[in-house]
Design a protein around this ligand. Sequence first.
Ligand code: OXT
Ligand code: ADP
Ligand code: MG
Length: 576
Amino acid sequence: MTATASASAAPERELTDGFNLVIDALKLNGVETIYGVPGIPITDFGRMAQGAGIRVISFRHEQNAGNAASIAGYLTKKPGICLTVSAPGFLNGLTALAHATTNCFPMILISGSSEREIVDLQQGDYEEMDQLAIAKPLCKAAFRVLHAADIGIGLARAIRAAVSGRPGGVYLDLPAKLFGQVMDAEAGAKSLVKVIDAAPAQIPAPAAVKRALDVLKSAKRPLIILGKGAAYAQADDEIRAFVEKSGAPFLPMSMAKGLLSDLHPQCAGAARSTVLKDADVVVMLGARLNWLLSHGKGKQWGEPGSKKFIQVDIEPREMDSNIEIAAPVVGDMGSCVSALLAGMGAGWPAPPADWIKTVVSKRDENVSKMAPRLMNNTSPMDYHGALGRLRTIIKERPDAILVNEGANTLDLARGIIDLYKPRKRIDVGTWGVMGIGMGYCIAAAIETKKPVLAVVGDSAFGFSGMEVETICRYNLPVCVVVFNNGGIYRGTDVNPCGGADPATTVFVKDSRYDKMMEAFGGVGVNATTPDELSRAVNAAMDSGRPTLVNAVIDPKAGTESGRIGNLNPQSVVKKK
Ligand code: OXT
Ligand code: ADP
Ligand code: MG
């Protein structure tokens, strides 16, 4: 976009400014959507971006916009863009930026900021804050653009930093003054950069591939762990071919569920303890040996030294982060898995039959133990009865995106709801963070154009619940099921002093979250039995109308911290 200016004698020349250059740079690099909250100094920018054909989704809180941008990055392999105002808006978005970095999701937080001259002298500007300095330790890279002529380079650097190598969050600081800077339009256009090959292939070394295959060939009890890095890579066919050729059982981490169907004959999701303890060679594909895998040590992993690890990851420094990696394979997932496949050649030996038999019989035992619990129709509902119905709904609609947060609501849904296709399950991720829910729903609906089913605890929902208005405003095909057990983990705690204040973990009894959706023109349903729940969710998924189902769950049904109670310290010196 350009304007013209004429000095009295000089010939007319076209002008552009910072606003237009940022928009042009984003469009040049294929950015279609911005998630944000308007205000000083980016209100007009948002308006102009919308006018220029970028979809600008306005949220009620920046953290939710940031979470939306981060998961947009995960789902598309392109950096999700979040736009915030200075200081408080920036800080609200920062949690999401740090979350993106921790989870290896590509995202760019673009924030307006106050005047450098005033900020640096700490003279008290409007929303004064040294945002760049604050963002730096919390993201993969941080940049500031001071001159309009550098906007193109600034955005190019941000895009490359976000998606190349291990993806992550990038901060781009745009001071208010930059937006108004005027420059010659032709020079401005020339200053923009179209990023070529933003995430170049990283080919693994042949020696590393051979070493890994030697270790794998020696295995008597191989296991493949699939992580969200493998799902992110969109190397679905190569990964499937590798897993199937190896014949090894695979264990999907939470967001890798569905990369290969949970019903695949090699899936060991329902035999988790057995495979972790007894495997002798473990292939990690885009998964880290962090807390979610007990750092690769301890009782869960059987005898110390009883297994060798092959780790495929784009980040060399991930190797040996917790335990020794016998065969590191560094490169992008697609290239690494293709190289492994090629090296396996024809006639790769199947794992010993007794190992497969052990895994399959443990899996089948756990699945049949759970089956009857999923069919109950009791009221108030327990988690199994409710989740059993949602499991059927996802089975019938395998293209839907499942968003999941909470404690019991998370842990039980992870085990009960099977996934059939890659990148269909998005959840609390590496931090176990509450509040991703509605932001993820909005971005998932927008980026994938598929129906979204959110299964969220009543506490979890509270962190982003106001975004139901956003869901209604944009008329998104999102069905939110709030598992309402009246509290965090359970709804039964009492104040130890017996005073008037409620216990710290409980909420208002018999609350009706469905009314929130109704308040903004969506559909609200109160469901007290699994049958009612099933009817309401099916109707929502059929109609595509924004819907919130208040699923009344027995307040006694959950356990403290869900399945991670072991991480929840309990005092042994409780005073009266
Ligand atoms: O093999 P074994 O026999 O062991 O069996 C395993 C599987 O084989 C088997 N399985 C199956 N059986 C049959 N069929 C099938 N299909 C099947 N699939 C699996 O089941 C068992 C268990 O399998 P699983 O789940 O795979 O294994 P396990 O051992 O659990 O795995 C370990 C982990 C660590 C990988 C796993 O547990 C995991 O991924 N956990 C993630 C946990 C997590 O991130 N939790 C969220 C954080 S909790 C807490 O922090 C909360 N807060 C604090 C807070 C947070 N987080 N954030 C912020 C910003 N502020 C505060 C809060 C406030 S949670 C929370 C709110 C909670 O209240 P809500 O109301 O929202 O929710 P409710 O609890 O519902 O009330
Ligand atoms: P999970 O929680 O599912 O175990 P993590 O987030 O812990 O997964 O691990 C993801 C890993 O995947 C990170 O170590 C990251 O470096 C890696 N990764 C991300 N993208 C790629 C890619 N394209 N190729 C290879 N590894 C990747
Ligand atoms: Mg709850």
